[in-house]
Ligand binder design. Structure first.
Ligand code: NAP
Length: 233
């Protein structure tokens, strides 16, 4: 039975990733800060291991390999992420920029979106089987050349850094033929994406699972969207 580990499993895209892999009879290690009744029910019915933890907790991440009980992983998905506060310092504008810069909030965004995935990847890479897949959910908002709007800067910068992180990891793991890449889920109607977003969770997951199914080693280091398009760094 193939095995996947993913983060942020309790809602949004992470919850749907969990459903999709369980439907395929994969074993799923689901990291979540909140073990919900829905996850508990799923774990009664499937090979779902609920791992309570926070991707900003370094001690938790250091201890993860031991909790995997010697399992090899086929896929690892760094899904958990945050946008950061909408409006810093009460300006009413979600810039996260020069006017409303808040160092603690930037740090929180980077801890969650960048340091967490980097730390988790570092600890779990030895458990990934050769030829396995390591994905971090990025965002088109992390594209530097595609940016024409000075909003959500902490988030944008964290995802731009995620793209570079995944490119570097792809090079580090190339000898083992591990496919490492950044994946943009589209603008999706989750708590983060809001009800105004383009895509349903199902549409995004249909696309992302098809992309994941079609990955080859040639895709390692790329920045791909949910519909398979290559996005500009
Ligand atoms: N939705 C979009 O339109 C969109 C677009 C581009 C990229 N993305 C990316 O896709 C990923 C998933 O987004 P989403 O839309 O599903 O977001 P979401 O609905 O807001 O869910 C975020 C998930 O991340 C978890 N999380 C946040 N901080 C965490 C931490 N420190 N430790 C563990 N879990 C943590 C949340 O858990 P709690 O319930 O405990 O907070 C929740 O499960 C993110 O990386 C996001 O940046 C989303």
């Amino acid at each position: 039975m193939p095995t996947v580990l993913l983060t942020g499993a309790n809602r949004g895209l992470g919850l749907e990733f969990t459903h999709r892999y369980l439907e395929r009879d994969w074993e799923v290690f689901a990291i979540t800060r909140q073990i919900t009744p829905e996850l508990e029910m799923l774990s009664d019915q499937h090979a779902l291991h609920l791992v309570s933890g926070d991707v900003c907790d370094a001690a938790f991440l250091d201890g993860l390999p031991e909790r995997m009980r010697g399992r090899q992983l086929d896929h690892v998905i760094n899904n958990a992420g945050i946008m950061g506060a909408e409006s810093f310092a009460g300006t009413g504008r979600p810039r996260q920029g020069l006017e409303d810069f808040d160092r603690d909030e930037w740090r929180r965004v980077f801890e969650t979106n960048l340091f967490g995935p980097m730390h988790l990847s570092a600890r779990l890479a030895p458990l990934l089987r050769d030829g396995g897949t390591l994905i971090t959910l990025s965002s088109s908002m992390g594209s530097i050349s595609g940016n024409h709007f000075a909003g959500w800067q902490a988030y944008r910068c964290s995802k731009a850094a995620v793209n570079m992180m995944m490119k570097c990891i792809s090079l580090e793991l190339a000898e083992r033929r591990i496919i490492a890449l950044a994946l943009h889920p589209g603008w999706v109607r989750t708590d983060m994406g809001s009800a105004k977003a383009d895509l349903s969770v199902d549409e995004s997951l249909d696309g992302m699972m098809a992309v994941i199914d079609g990955l080859t080693f040639q895709d390692s280091g790329r920045f791909l969207a949910w519909d398979g398009r290559e996005l500009p760094y």
